[in-house]
Design a protein around this ligand. Structure first.
Ligand SMILES: [Zn+2]
Ligand SMILES: [Zn+2]
Length: 114
């Protein structure tokens, strides 16, 4: 298996990861059993979460565009743009549940702020 091109190597890695996933093995350390429904084991998931905390992924322009598109799509379809799950009342962007959450949060902040 000499001189694999970048593309071939990527495909090879992807297949290997898919195989590990099928076997329920962590695709990161390739040793420990993965958390059910996830691709990483507890240790690697923890490490990854810490890494993300220290190195937050910067949103690219494309990410922002996608977010905006999704937001508009949800708003147009009457889907809550906050939880992206519940239906909203006509003309609203948030579902009742999220409105409660958001206003409750604001009220609490106001009180805490004095
Ligand atoms: Zn692992
Ligand atoms: Zn909602």
């Amino acid at each position: 298996m000499a001189n694999l091109s970048k593309e071939q190597r990527r495909l090879y890695d992807r297949e290997r990861n898919a195989e590990l996933k099928r076997q329920g093995i962590c695709t990161q350390c390739k040793k420990a059993p993965a958390i059910p429904g996830k691709t990483k084991c507890v240790e690697c998931a923890k490490k990854h979460a810490e890494y993300l905390k220290e190195n937050p992924r910067k949103l690219t322009q494309a990410d922002l565009e996608r977010q905006k598109e999704k937001y508009n799509e949800n708003a147009a379809n009457g889907i809550c743009v906050y939880c992206k799950k519940n239906q909203t009342k006509p003309g609203r962007k948030y579902c009742a549940e999220c409105i409660k959450k958001i206003t409750g949060y604001n009220q609490k902040r106001k009180k805490d702020g004095g």
